[in-house]
Ligand binder design. Structure first.
Ligand code: 5GP
Length: 210
């Protein structure tokens, strides 16, 4: 039976250092949990093999990015590894207007900007199982020289220091467990009294007519 959704749409902000498995976890959430969609970010970085325009990112030139920034089109933006990334206001608003939740996979700089704007949302930080495992993953997936891997690791450690900006911490030592943790956070948020769709609740149970 398809269950009625009783909550308003909410923002779920997920951050994690690269090599933590965040992209796979976010993918599983989007594939299996109804009522949540990702806001596709804009970026100036080059498209990687296997990526698609408007699916992984909307790939744009630095000139277009600057133009959008000037026009106030981003809710937040950041520079990561020399490239610009931004979350478009319109994309987030469209998803929320459709009644769905929004999943944002953004770095800690972006998450802090959301916090500063006091945007209501649930902030989730994902840790790797250990520093050794993170280094192993970065080496395995990278064609970069060892000093570049060390730089990425240093940035990862820097990002981990920001975990206290987040509401929840999930450790990705086991994919299924980490997925269940995130799923539980999303489900719990949807059941919060403060997130309920009050019109529906009042009409259905409290005898009020709008
Ligand atoms: P990648 O280029 O490897 O896909 O992503 C690099 C980093 O940029 C990741 O930490 C990712 O979460 C972050 N990122 C992706 N999109 C956005 C965005 O719209 N805003 C911010 N602040 N970070 C983003």
């Amino acid at each position: 039976m398809k269950r009625r959704r009783i909550s308003k749409g909410c923002l779920f902000i997920i951050s994690a250092p690269s090599g933590t498995g965040k992209t796979s976890l976010a993918g599983r959430i989007l594939d299996t949990l109804p009522g949540i969609r990702e806001s596709v970010s804009y970026t100036t970085r080059q498209m990687r093999a296997g990526e698609a325009q408007d699916v992984d990112y909307t790939f744009i030139t630095p000139e277009i990015f600057k133009h959008m920034l000037k026009g106030g089109e981003f809710l937040e933006w950041a520079q990561v590894h020399g490239n610009y990334y931004g979350t478009a206001k319109k994309r987030v608003e469209d998803i929320l207007a459709s009644g769905a939740d929004v999943l944002l996979d953004i770095d800690t700089q972006g998450a802090k900007q959301f916090r500063q704007q006091k945007l209501d949302g649930v902030y989730i930080f994902i840790f790797p199982p250990s520093l050794d495992e993170l280094r192993r993953r970065l080496v395995k997936r990278s064609t970069d020289a060892p000093d570049v891997v060390e730089k990425r690791l240093a940035r990862a450690i820097d990002e981990m220091k920001d975990f206290h900006f987040y509401d929840y911490v999930v450790i990705n030592d086991d994919f299924e467990t980490a997925f269940k943790d995130i799923e539980s956070i999303i489900i719990a948020r949807r059941l919060l009294t403060s997130g309920l769709n009050m019109t529906w609740l009042e009409n259905t149970f409290l005898g009020k007519q709008t």
